[in-house]
Design a protein around this ligand. Structure first.
Ligand code: ATP
Ligand code: MG
Length: 415
């Protein structure tokens, strides 16, 4: 038996219905805030992620599905959405549009990770990006929208962790200071953290190992070293969130796994999810577009995992599919007339299904009941007469097949 690859999953119809609730809700909230949908290709030139996400990140170092095409170019299944959206912004000259450009996406992403609950190799994200605004209000608006989506989904335990990473200039000196601290405490660090001191020292704050974590509590924090302008920006973001009634925890140990962040960074964590607690995360990335050869353009955005939102969500209202009409046949000879009735029903805007499994009449009625059909039309022997049964009341009457649709529509008006 051929199975789906490890770390991937099928979305079966029942699950698809729950997903649609999440997608529709996010779409409604984002669209009403002026975000328009964008979709980019499932794969990009590898260089986009190497330069955009950063060579030293876990994503680029070990999580990318890369392959060579026939022309010998290296392509990569997209591991995240921000670099591709920025690539599209530059490629389509969106800097010429009135700024900011507010975009959202709802797409699948690919990372070669160890599969666990809430961690897959192909997963879905809803993401939002505000490109072309340096305002703290853009950050606050984005955070508020993600907060609103999670709240509406019934994710009650999400905690917002918030910090500022300042500008790359402010980081240079700090990174030296941090490296010095890490080297002085080498013996207390996990092997992985020790191996990353030069390449990506900030990641030490993300270590899971207890001894490393304890050592990092006393490490110098970037938030204490950022510039006065960065602090002013951060203070405004916080004030706007305070005014909006959004609770958060200032968390100076919050470093994100992507190199492009500047200033505001955040993550919503839902403890009920266990080890993979990150539901959605984002931040400001003022240098990314320039780094991808575009015009200097400040920007900010987030991405939230659909699977993790579903795991953390409360009871979601799903709507059972309704069928107005089930077209049954008394005799196989009536099937052409039944098919015609089916088409007429759909033309009239009714949802309709037909018998397709050669069931007995009793079996057909049972099937109609199973799919919650409101009416069953049993098309008679020669197709001219039909018995129309109201499944709710149990009433059944004979009428010319040509009158069935009208009778149902009249019934609809009355009910
Ligand atoms: P984590 O800390 O869980 O590895 P991350 O920092 O790599 O997350 P981001 O790159 O910021 O995550 O992606 C944003 C969101 O996408 C995460 O908060 C999470 O909900 C979701 N996500 C990330 N990786 C996966 C995955 N492999 N499977 C399912 N969802 C994921
Ligand atoms: Mg990750």
């Amino acid at each position: 038996m051929i199975q789906a690859p490890r770390g991937t999953f099928d979305v079966l119809p029942e699950e698809a219905a729950r997903r649609e609730v999440v997608e529709a809700l996010a779409k409604r909230i984002l669209e009403s805030a002026g975000f328009a949908r964008i979709e980019t290709p499932a794969f990009e030139h590898t260089e986009l992620f190497a330069r955009g996400v950063g060579e030293s990140t876990d994503i680029v170092q070990k999580e990318m599905y890369s392959f060579e095409d026939a022309g010998g170019r290296s392509l990569t299944l997209r591991p995240e959405g921000t670099a591709p959206v920025c690539r599209a912004y530059i490629e389509h000259g969106m800097h010429k549009l009135p700024q900011p450009v507010k975009l959202f996406y709802l797409s699948s992403f690919f990372r070669a990770e160890a599969p666990q609950r809430g961690r897959h190799r192909q997963f879905w994200q809803i993401g939002a990006e505000t490109i072309g605004s340096a305002e703290p209000a853009a950050d606050a608006e984005l955070i508020l929208l993600l907060f609103e989506i999670l709240r509406t989904l019934g994710v009650r335990d999400a905690v917002l962790h918030l910090s500022s990473l300042g500008t790359p200039e402010a980081r240079v000196e700090y990174l030296d200071e941090l490296k010095t601290y890490l080297r002085a405490h080498q013996d207390e660090l996990s092997e992985e953290t020790r191996g990353r001191i030069d390449l990506n020292p900030l990641r030490a704050f993300d270590a899971t190992d207890a001894r490393t974590r304890a050592t990092m509590t006393n490490a110098p924090k970037l938030l204490d070293r950022v510039s006065a302008d960065d602090l002013e920006h951060f203070a405004i973001v916080r004030r706007l969130l305070d005014d909006a009634g959004v609770m958060y925890e200032v968390d100076p140990t919050l470093v994100r796994g992507l190199d492009y962040y500047t200033r505001t960074v955040y993550e919503f964590r839902s403890p009920s999810l266990g080890a993979q607690s990150g539901v959605g995360a984002g931040g400001r990335y003022d240098r990314l577009i320039e780094q991808l050869d575009g015009p200097a353009t400040p920007a900010s955005g987030w991405a939230a995992g659909v699977e993790r939102m579903l795991l953390a969500a409360g009871e979601l209202p799903t709507f059972p599919a309704v069928t107005d009409l089930y077209v049954a046949v008394a005799e196989p000879g009536a099937s052409a007339r039944a098919f015609e009735l089916l088409r007429a029903a759909r033309r009239a805007g009714l949802s309709a299904q037909q018998e397709l499994a050669g069931r007995s009449l009793k079996g057909q009625l049972k099937q109609a009941d199973r799919i919650h059909a409101r009416y069953v039309a049993i098309v008679g022997d020669d197709g001219t007469q039909t018995s129309l049964r109201n499944m709710h009341s149990g009433d059944q009457r004979e009428l010319p097949t040509g009158d069935v649709i009208r009778a149902i529509l009249r019934g609809n008006r009355l009910s």
